[in-house]
Structures are given as structure tokens and as C-alpha cells.
Design a protein around this ligand. Structure first.
Ligand code: PHB
Length: 391
């Protein structure tokens, strides 16, 4: 027996995009059902990146979706770009009068899940979407199985695929589960979490002859760090001493404060934009629509930006019968998406060392880094993009 549920907006994926969209729609009086194949515990504990643009923080606070950002997160007014053994501060506050917040994504998710449940919203964990049907009708449907394996069908006025890079909604929009503009990189990040005090006050993005490293933070006692590695690297293949050695050699001129490493992972790098972001009454947001390499810290921020555009469009469609903003959704969202794609690609290529880099490539790269840090315009471009373009 298939259980049928009827709602106005069916949202696949309880990540930042899906949860925020459901929250904003509820504020506008529009019901939604959010499903996710993962358990609540999995969603709330998976380690992800941690930088929120100022605009993202403002949205989370203004909508009541996450009020802990400012108290539990840390404002950062700059980053350090390190190369050729020297550090160069990019002073966000001085250059563009804006900052970012270090507040891990799973903390945002905890806040959003608590807010959804407190609001009595229909949020279902352990429910797997199989496919989306009826995109070209005004009754699109999500075909799913519930937490007990029983068939579930959600019929809606609109379906949103917020279901991440392995989106099942994408096929209903683009005609293929993979269809998109795509780029792979010949490197990945080896990420660690360790028990140690911060090594610096701000994040360090470091280019060295041995490759890239990012020295990030989590709290006064826990730090997050990454170094460039081969995508095929086995995360268990290094001893702790080897990991510290790999990190230290990639931040020449800095002494890292070491401590026990209690979590390690390898993150693959890709850039992706789906060929289409909407078909009829099905749209994609967040990683289902696009993926960026983590160097520009844009992933979650871009998801929030998509949601703001789509939410306005859904209000116009569902409350006034006005289709114009939904028709313009892809075009509007793609302007920011491609800027963020460029920024993420640029930061990645400027800071990492390609496995086949020649001496020319290395020297050119240092020239590029100097042309950024030694120019107020160069620093300001980086600061503006990193802290986020206006929403
Ligand atoms: C992180 O802290 O996990 C982090 C920070 C900045 C990035 C990527 C990841 O660009």
C-alpha cells in the first residue's frame, strides 16, 4: 500500500538549502514537507566546512532560522594568504567593510532542524526519494520509500531538489542524473580535526612548493586543517607524525600547534553546474544544482543564495499565480553561481600545485599571488568575493 501525502512544496533534502527554504516558506504561510534519506543524527554530526558570508549570517538571524551564529560562531575580519615563506593579510573589514563567520555547517543544521520541528513542520528522516514525476504538470510528485521501506508518494504544487551532489531530482530537471558543466581537479584535500589551540587568529591559505594547506579552526580547543593530496589517497595511510609533517611543510614560516588527530578524511574536488536548474514545477537548489571546490568557502553560502531567489519565486507563483519569477529562477540564480564558480576555481588554481606543474607554472603562480596581495584592487576583489556579493 502506497501512502500518499499532499503538500504545497515537496522538498527533497534536509541540508541547509532544503531546511532554510522550508523555514522561509512557513513564514510566508506556505506548507512544505521535507524528506531526507539520512537520520537526524547523521545530518547533525557530518563534518562540513564552516565559513558563512556576512549576508548568510544576516539571513539566518533575520529569519530566526539560526540565532546562535553570532554567539556560538566567530567573526573573522580577514584571512592570511601565505606563499614564498611570507604571510599577507587580506583585511576584509578595511577593504570592503564586511566579514565572515566561522560557524560549522552542522551547527547551522542543528539550529534549522530544531526550528523546523518547533514550528510543527513535516520533516521526515530516513525517507529516500527514488524519483520525481510530473515536472510538466501542475501536480508534480516525489516517489519515495519511508523509513520502514514502505512506498510513499508526495504530491505537491512544486517540487524542490535540495538533495545534494548525488541528487535524484536532477534527472527530472535535466533529463539525466549527471547532465551539467563539469570540471575535475587533479588533487583533493586531506582534512583533519585535532585537539589543539588555534595556530593563528585567522585562517591561513598557504601555497608552497609542496602544495596547498588551509589552517582553519573550530573552537579554542579543536582545529580543522587540510593539505593538498592525491585524490586516490587512503586516509588511513599516514601516521599522525606524517600528517603533522605534511601540514608543517606546506605552511613555511608558520609553526603549527599540534595535538592528537581524532578525525581524518579525503575530500575530492569538483566544479559542477547542472545544464538546467528548473523544468516546469521542479527546481534544483544548492549542491543538487552546483558543486564548488571548497577553497573559496562558497558551498553553503551559494545554497542560501539560491534559496532566497527560489523562495521569492514560489511565493509569487503559489500566492499570486504569477509565474514570472519562477520562469526567471535559473537565469537569476546562475549569475551568482557562475561568479562563485569562477572565484572557487580561481582560488583553487592560484593556491594549489598541479601534479604536472613546470617551473614556469610555479613562478607564474607566485607572480599571480603577488599581483593580488600587492594591489589594493587585487586584495579588494578577493575580500569582496570571499565575504559575498550582495544578496
Ligand atoms: C573549514 O573550516 O572547514 C573551511 C574553511 C574555509 C574553507 C574551506 C573549509 O575555504
Amino acid at each position: 500500500m502506497t501512502t500518499s501525502v499532499r503538500t504545497r512544496v515537496a522538498i527533497i533534502g534536509a541540508g541547509p538549502a532544503g531546511l532554510l527554504l522550508s523555514h522561509l516558506l512557513a513564514d510566508a504561510g506556505i506548507d512544505s514537507v521535507v524528506i531526507d534519506s539520512r537520520t537526524r543524527a547523521e545530518i547533525e554530526t557530518t563534518i562540513r566546512a564552516g565559513i558563512l558570508e556576512q549576508g548568510t549570517v544576516e539571513v539566518l538571524e533575520a529569519t530566526g532560522a539560526s540565532e546562535r551564529v553570532r554567539s556560538a560562531g566567530n567573526r573573522h575580519d580577514g584571512i592570511e594568504l601565505r606563499f614564498a615563506g611570507e604571510g599577507h593579510r587580506i583585511d576584509f573589514a578595511g577593504l570592503v567593510g564586511r566579514g565572515v563567520w566561522l560557524y560549522p555547517q552542522h551547527e547551522v543544521l542543528k539550529d534549522l532542524i530544531a526550528a523546523r520541528l518547533a514550528g510543527g513542520q513535516d520533516l521526515r528522516f530516513g525517507v529516500s526519494a527514488q524519483r520525481v514525476e510530473g515536472a510538466d504538470t501542475d501536480r508534480p510528485r516525489v516517489i519515495a520509500t519511508d523509513a520502514d521501506g514502505a512506498p510513499l508518494e508526495i504530491e505537491a504544487d512544486f517540487v524542490v531538489g535540495a538533495d545534494g551532489s548525488r541528487s535524484v531530482a536532477r534527472e527530472a530537471v535535466t533529463g539525466s542524473s549527471t547532465g551539467g558543466y563539469f570540471r575535475e581537479y587533479p588533487f583533493a584535500w586531506f582534512g583533519i580535526l585535532c585537539e589543539a589551540p588555534p595556530s593563528a587568529e585567522e585562517l591561513i591559505y598557504s601555497n608552497s612548493p609542496d602544495g596547498f594547506a588551509l589552517i582553519s579552526q573550530r573552537s579554542a580547543t579543536i582545529q580543522r586543517m587540510y593539505f593538498q593530496c592525491d585524490p586516490e589517497t587512503d586516509p588511513t595511510a599516514f601516521s599522525e607524525a606524517e600528517l603533522w609533517d605534511a601540514l608543517q611543510t606546506r605552511v613555511p614560516g608558520t609553526t603549527l600547534r599540534e595535538g592528537p588527530i581524532f578525525q581524518r578524511d579525503v575530500l575530492r574536488f569538483r566544479s559542477f553546474v547542472a545544464h538546467e536548474l528548473r523544468r516546469g514545477r521542479v527546481a534544483l537548489v544548492g549542491d543538487a544544482a552546483h558543486t564548488v571546490p571548497p577553497t573559496g568557502a562558497k558551498g553553503m553560502n551559494l545554497a542560501v543564495a539560491d534559496v532566497l531567489v527560489l523562495e521569492r519565486a514560489l511565493r509569487a507563483l503559489l500566492q499570486e499565480g504569477d509565474e514570472r519569477l519562477v520562469d526567471a529562477y535559473a537565469q537569476t540564480a546562475l549569475r551568482r553561481i557562475w561568479k562563485a564558480q569562477h572565484f572557487s576555481w580561481w582560488m583553487t588554481n592560484m593556491l594549489h600545485v598541479a601534479p604536472d606543474a613546470s617551473e614556469f607554472d610555479r613562478l607564474r603562480q607566485v607572480g599571480e599571488l603577488r599581483s593580488v596581495v600587492e594591489s589594493e584592487h587585487g586584495r579588494a576583489y578577493l575580500a569582496e568575493a570571499y565575504t559575498g556579493w550582495p544578496l
